[in-house]
Ligand binder design. Structure first.
Ligand code: PHE
Ligand code: FE
Length: 292
């Protein structure tokens, strides 16, 4: 999500809401192979790491088998479960367009798939990240309602000039969220489940902090877009996320005006700590940079 995009006209060939036809028959055999490679890699890693709602959703959507999913068939299943639909877009869309789709229970997914030579590198979300990463959670009724509410909240935050705070909530939940279960921590964030390296790092590496979710805590914490996260926030349940975000954010935003950001690697006395990270990953990276 780009928090600074001005209102733009859709690119040539796109509709006014930025959607395009998926045109499934025009994917090449090589593009389908990229999907299958990524799919097989991730599904080998995710049992015991991804949360149950995600794994159940992945199963219910039947995303395997024939390569890149046909969004028409996917939408028949998804629509029957929670009423959500996936729509194809050329790439990143302006915030306002993105929020409006979410508020109408439509999830915009990049139509393209990454290059076979760069399976782990993405400049923009592609169909694997968007569909494999995000759509299984949309089969969960609570998460489905949360993301729709987030869309409405995005339009409102934009009007109030608090999008930078709300974007952090998206980042640390929808993209990089963890869930506490009786069996241990599990992943529900799309940025993690769709990443080969981060799906292990987020749960098992000693480097990042893992701390209990708090709405204002998250909204005060910056994030990084260029590397693994330095902090992950852990929810006790998806219902808790929905309950916490159904409150009116007007007073929340007003409180945040008087509060400083919390440094990305900090642990505060109020935090419930699941893991006090060594931050070795980030330190090692600084070393590489200064030596470079
Ligand atoms: N309750 C929020 C508001 O009043 C809207 C929202 C819901 C935002 C869910 C994010 C997620 O603005
Ligand atoms: Fe995403």
């Amino acid at each position: 999500m780009n928090t600074e995009s001005p209102v733009q006209a859709p690119p040539a060939g796109a509709r006014s809401d930025w959607t395009i036809d998926q045109d499934w028959p025009s994917y090449s055999a090589e593009e389908h192979r990229v999907w299958l490679t990524l799919y097989q890699r991730q599904t080998a890693l995710l049992p015991g790491r991804a949360c149950e709602p995600y794994l159940r959703g992945l199963d219910a959507l039947d995303l395997h088998g024939r390569g890149i999913p046909d969004l028409g068939a996917l939408n028949d299943r998804l629509g029957g479960l929670t009423g959500w639909q996936v729509v194809a877009v050329p790439g990143l869309v302006p915030d306002e367009v993105f929020f409006r789709h979410l508020a109408d229970r439509r999830f915009p997914a990049g139509r393209f798939i990454r290059d076979p030579g760069h399976l782990d590198y993405l400049e923009e979300p592609d169909i694997f990240h968007d569909v494999f990463g995000h759509v299984p959670m949309l089969t969960d009724p609570v998460f489905a309602d949360y993301l729709q509410a987030y869309g409405r909240g995005g339009l409102r935050a934009q009007g109030l000039g608090r999008l930078h705070n709300l974007a952090r909530l998206y980042w640390y939940t929808v993209e990089f969220g963890l869930l506490a279960t009786p069996e241990g921590l599990r992943i529900y964030g799309a940025g993690i489940v769709s990443s080969r390296t981060e799906s292990a790092f987020a749960l098992e590496d000693p480097s990042p902090n893992r701390i209990g979710f708090g709405l204002e805590r998250v909204m005060r914490t910056p994030y990084r877009i260029d590397d693994f996260q330095q902090v992950y926030f852990v929810l006790p349940s998806l219902q808790r996320l929905l309950d916490d975000t159904l409150q009116d954010f007007g007073p929340v935003y007003r409180r945040l005006e008087g509060l400083a950001d919390i440094p990305i690697e900090a642990i505060t006395p109020e935090d419930r700590v699941f893991n006090r990270g060594t931050q070795a990953h980030t330190a090692g990276e600084d070393l590489r940079l200064t030596r470079g």
